[in-house]
Design a binder for this molecule. Structure first.
Ligand code: NHR
Ligand code: GAR
Length: 213
């Protein structure tokens, strides 16, 4: 791909993962070319502006249905010619049309060790289940919510006395370390999605992806 790899980051809120991606990009092989938010109040828009990165806001509330919102997102992204679309705390489910349009070029970070705990409230669910480990996953995005092939796990030990809040804090810190690493692997051309699987170099990745720290 044209170097460096052009990344568009989709956010809905705080954007601390966006910040980690911006901070790591200066010494990496990708650039954050644009930030798109569905939420005009997202603090991540200010982070992008502070880094002189162009922003686009497409408020889903301005659209009558999901498909028309997604078409506006597709049109905005087409203008930016991204090599990779990175979801970083993006909270709107993407339609099949969107996923097919950018097939194999969308990744997400999710706060659990997928395939355990898709959906929300992941930290409390891991504590309630008595798990000894929790963490974060980066995966390729498919039409199946939180169900695309896992690229990487970051594992965090659950400590006695952990609450959802304390656990979330440690998982978040790991997210900030692994997401730039995964984006860099994609930018290098070593990481791909093919045949519904994640591949690194010539190896199909196992269901848990690779373990990063
Ligand atoms: N889209 C597709 N097609 N596939 C995935 O795997 C996706 C996706 C869009 C977002 C992130 C995901 C997460 O990491 C993600 C993965 C939002 C919801 C949700 O229910 C679910 C999962 C994720 C993000 N969203 C509600 C909706 O109606 C709105 C919730 C809200 O606005 O707070 O879109 O967990
Ligand atoms: C992150 O923990 C991410 O894994 C999670 O939201 C947080 C966003 O934080 N994503 C989801 O729950 C997606 N449904 P950030 O805005 O500070 O990067």
């Amino acid at each position: 791909m044209a170097s460096p790899c052009n990344v568009a980051v989709l956010i809905s809120g705080n954007g601390s993962n966006l910040q980690a991606l911006i901070d790591a990009s200066s010494e990496s092989n990708y650039r954050v070319a644009a930030v798109i938010s569905n939420n005009p109040e997202a603090y991540g828009l200010q982070r992008a502006a502070a880094a002189s990165i162009p922003t686009v806001t497409i408020n889903h509330r301005d659209f009558t249905d999901r498909v028309s919102f997604d078409r506006a997102l597709i049109a905005a992204l087409e203008n930016l010619h991204p090599d990779l679309i990175v979801l970083a705390g993006f909270m709107r489910i993407l339609s099949a049309e969107f996923v097919q349009h950018f097939a194999h070029r969308i990744v997400n970070i999710h706060p659990s060790l997928l395939p355990r705990y898709p959906g929300t409230n992941t930290h409390q669910r891991a504590i309630d289940a008595g798990d000894s480990e929790h963490g974060a996953s980066v995966h390729f995005v498919t039409e199946e919510l939180d169900g695309g092939p896992v690229i990487a796990h970051a594992v965090v030990a659950i400590q006695p006395g952990d609450t959802a809040a304390t656990l979330q804090q440690r998982v978040h810190a790991e997210e900030h370390k692994i997401y730039p690493q995964v984006v860099s692997l994609f930018a290098s051309g070593r990481l791909r999605m093919r045949d519904g699987k994640a591949w690194l170099d010539s190896d199909e990745l196992p269901a848990n992806g690779i373990r990063l720290e």
